[in-house]
Design a protein around this ligand. Structure first.
Ligand code: SF4
Length: 422
């Protein structure tokens, strides 16, 4: 038995030329850019789009049913893809992220390897994408220049998501914002393939062009119910994980605010030094995060400025977001999305997105504490906060989830009509 887990196939440098890497689809926009960046590095990859009930069923079949729902879906999606017959199994690899934090997400990779053996795909190597030096024998080679590029691409993705979300509900010509997003994704992927677009000079040129394109789309900005979405990172972003939550909210005539993926990256960086500050560590460990965060602040400032200059709502700088935790939640709550989840809810309420869906996967204790567990406290401070926790698990039905969200929206609509028109 032991042999199965220590003798797993390693992803060797030679496999870069021979294997196709399958990527689970978590954040569809940002991950398209990440896939392009891997291709630029010489890898062949494919972003998985398979979904449906088989994915969850396979997850349930090959991992223990008390496993976190995101792990169950990611593993199920991989197995469903391998079962499809579309891939040459001797030349296929899988990639999975490891946060490096204390939560179970750092260990999904072992569950995946175990499931692969059980399902008869023991020859398929798993690559680990992490920033913490984990899985040295099968880790995706992470260099500082590549890391720098990845962060730029995530910022581009966050910008495109924000621009579309704030334009689409108001557009007078249906499909214009979606088309603009697809156009820019094509442009960016092409640039990434040619190793362009990641420098600050390029970003200063491209980001305003992207925003100007969306700002030029004809809109009718009638008041709509504004909904924020927070939660565990996978179910928050992945349409597979949250039963197409964004699309459902759009069908209910809402404007949706999905906080950017970079917030989570910054949170992970911040926590590295916070751990040392709380539990002890040397000078570098206590302050390393600050230097790293300062290093990406320019790009964050550019994104915020771009949004504001073109008339869109912009998120708070991470530095300000951190302060929202004061008196509400301790910074030691850093398992899962931890204090970030609470701060995002407060930020959304303050920005007028007071109707919030808090997406929680089955088996996720940290997010039940920092999400659902903080709702009363937030309501106490912000009485207009209209937050609904929604559970996502294999037995939860879409109808049930959507009915609960509809109840929240009914309150949001009532308040919208009561609000004085300026
Ligand atoms: S955050 Fe929740 S879902 Fe994610 S690994 Fe931790 S317990 Fe599991």
């Amino acid at each position: 038995m032991e042999q199965e887990y220590t003798n797993y196939p390693r992803f060797t440098p030679e496999m870069k030329k021979t294997h196709k890497i399958l990527i689970p689809n978590m954040a569809p926009v940002q991950f398209q850019l990440l896939a392009a960046s891997m291709e630029q590095q010489g890898y062949t990859c494919e972003l998985l789009e398979n979904c449906g009930s088989e994915v969850c069923e396979l997850g349930l079949k090959y991992v223990h049913n008390d496993t976190c729902y995101p792990a169950l879906l990611v593993i199920g999606q991989f197995l469903d893809a391998l079962n499809s017959g579309k891939y040459d199994l001797d030349h296929t690899a899988l990639i999975i992220t490891q946060t490096g934090g204390g939560c179970r997400a750092s260990n999904y990779i072992h569950l995946l390897r175990k499931a692969l053996v059980k399902a008869g795909y023991g020859q398929v190597p798993v690559v680990s994408l992490n920033f913490s030096g984990l899985e040295k024998d099968s880790g995706f080679p992470m260099t500082m220049p590549f890391m720098r590029k990845l962060l730029s691409y995530i910022y581009y993705g966050d910008l495109l998501v924000a621009l579309r979300a704030q334009t689409e509900p108001y557009e007078t010509k249906k499909g214009a914002a979606k088309a603009a997003q697809e156009k820019w994704l094509d442009i960016l992927c092409d640039k990434i393939h040619h190793d362009r677009s990641w420098s600050m000079r390029e970003m200063k040129k491209l980001m305003p062009q992207m925003a100007a394109d969306f700002a030029a789309i004809p809109v009718n900005r009638v008041p709509k119910v504004k909904v924020g979405v927070v939660g565990e990172i996978y179910v928050k972003y992945s349409p597979l994980g949250n039963n197409d939550l964004e699309q459902f909210l759009a069908s209910q005539d809402c404007e949706v605010n999905l906080p950017g993926l970079m917030g989570f990256v910054q949170y992970c960086i911040y926590n590295y030094s916070e751990t040392a500050r709380l539990y002890g560590g040397n000078f570098l460990q206590r302050h390393g995060s600050d230097w790293l965060l300062r290093g990406i602040e320019n790009t964050e400032t550019l994104l915020i400025r771009t949004l504001k200059q073109h008339g869109f709502h912009a998120p708070l700088p991470f530095r300000e977001l951190v302060k929202l935790s004061k008196g509400i939640i301790g910074m030691g709550n850093k398992m899962g999305e931890g204090w970030l989840l609470t701060c995002e809810m407060i930020e959304l309420v303050q920005a007028g997105y007071e109707n919030i869906v808090c997406a929680q996967p089955f088996g996720c204790l940290p997010n039940h504490i920092c999400g659902k567990g903080m709702i009363n406290k937030i309501r106490e401070l912000y009485p207009t906060a209209n937050i609904t926790p929604i559970d996502y698990d294999p037995s939860a039905t879409r109808v049930n989830q959507e009915n609960r969200i509809k109840l929240m929206l009914a309150v949001g609509r009532e308040r919208l009509t009561e609000r004085p028109v300026h």
